[in-house]
Design a protein around this ligand. Structure first.
Ligand SMILES: Cc1ncc(C[n+]2csc(CCOP(=O)(O)OP(=O)(O)O)c2C)c(N)n1
Ligand SMILES: [Mg+2]
Length: 366
């Protein structure tokens, strides 16, 4: 048999788990001071996650999906984008959203079940959170196709989970992006789990990056716990897409250190030892160690940063709690261009139960 094609999957890491850097750092990362905003964004996300989980536990928001351990993916991806690019996220991408200018208050509104949490003042073209697994890849391909048709030098960036790559939507979206040669970057957050389903049981493929090969587009892996690698490789893919070079798939290898969401208890299906081992790889400590070794960080600055982030989170929570409730009709407004009659009836009924509504059924003393 002759060989008609040959493929390879590359892997990029600059920052080791011990916080040492390889000598060939990309230009943006050569000045440690330039890495401080990335570090801050990761720390802020972690502080936000802690608070959001506490808020779910006390009934102030609904179910919440933490990004614990995966902060480098969101921060690396979003910091490689231009403001005019469009982020098409999953539900675990608030690290990326915050870098894009989405506020923590908007994120809390989303998790509080409020429609106002799906529109972002500072990133008006970015998509809202996508909960159906993998469908955002098709949305991203469509956005990128629109950019191509309009001749705009913009790039769509979508983030999908490892589990999402087992879905038809993923293959279909990626296939169209390849066939149309559109400016789309697909980032796979391979956090090793799709709720309780481990990566090993989701696919027989050796890497998730190689799924790109079938779509005729470049696929590669990066260490998803190395913010420098994520930012650099995603940046290269974005630059290529912007220049007309078509889509790329980047698999960022990381680990979901927390539960799937606040509705999950991961201790029921996974080993403490594996989680402990994964903590030794996590993204924030390695960048902190690197910055400290460069003389760009110390305990005093760490303490001040944590305090500053906690204050920013607290202010966002205050703003969230102070907002008057949305209009009762709002939850129906964004569903259809024209609301079907059955939902119209539900909306009318919901209005009758509005707090403060004089003719509320059950408001006998009104
Ligand atoms: C179409 C669809 N099927 C099933 C679900 C239920 N579900 C929610 S999260 C999840 C696992 C997703 O895993 P992964 O893509 O790896 O993302 P992660 O949660 O790890 O970020 C599933 C199956 C869903 N939301 N959408
Ligand atoms: Mg996953």
């Amino acid at each position: 048999m002759d060989t008609v094609a040959r493929f390879e999957i590359g892997f990029t890491r600059y920052l080791s788990a011990q916080g040492t850097a390889s000598p060939d750092l990309p230009p943006f990362a050569r000045d440690p001071a330039a890495l401080l905003p990335l570090y801050r964004a990761m720390v802020l996300t972690r502080q936000f996650d802690l608070k959001a989980i506490a808020m779910q536990r006390t009934g102030q928001i609904g179910t919440f999906a933490s990004a614990l351990g995966q902060e480098a993916i969101g921060v690396g991806v979003a910091s490689a984008m231009l403001p005019d690019d469009v982020l098409v996220p999953s539900y675990r991408d608030h690290a990326a959203q915050f870098v894009r200018g989405v506020t923590m208050t908007e994120s809390l509104l989303y998790w509080g079940g409020d429609e106002r949490g799906s529109g972002f003042a500072a990133a008006p073209h970015d998509f809202g959170n996508c909960v159906p697994i993998g469908t955002q890849v098709g949305h991203g391909a469509g956005v990128a196709y629109a950019f191509q048709l309009r001749g705009q030098p913009r790039v769509a960036v979508t983030i999908v989970g490892d589990g999402g790559t087992s879905k038809g939507d993923f293959y279909e979206g990626m296939n169209m992006a390849g066939a149309w040669h559109v400016p789309l970057v697909i980032v796979v957050n391979n956090n090793q789990w799709a709720i309780s389903m481990p990566r090993s049981k989701q696919t027989a493929a050796q890497t998730l990056a190689q799924k790109a090969i079938a779509a005729g587009i470049p696929g590669e892996q990066v260490d998803g716990n190395d913010v420098i690698a994520v930012r650099h490789r995603v940046g290269e893919a974005i630059a290529r897409a912007r220049a007309g070079g078509g889509p790329t798939l980047i698999e960022a290898v990381t680990y979901r250190l927390g539960d799937h969401t606040t509705a999950d208890d991961a201790s029921r299906y996974r080993d403490d030892a594996a989680v402990k081992a994964a903590w030794a790889q996590e993204p924030i400590a390695r960048l902190r160690d690197y910055l400290a070794a460069q003389g760009a960080w110390d305990a005093g600055r760490e303490e001040a940063l944590i305090r500053e982030c906690q204050q920013a989170v607290a202010a966002a929570v205050d703003a969230y709690l102070a907002l008057p409730p949305p209009d009762t009709g709002a939850m129906f407004d964004c569903l259809y261009a024209t609301l079907p009659a059955a939902l119209e009836a539900q909306r009318d009924m919901a209005r009758q139960y509005e707090v403060g509504q004089a003719n509320q059924p059950g408001a006998h003393h009104g």
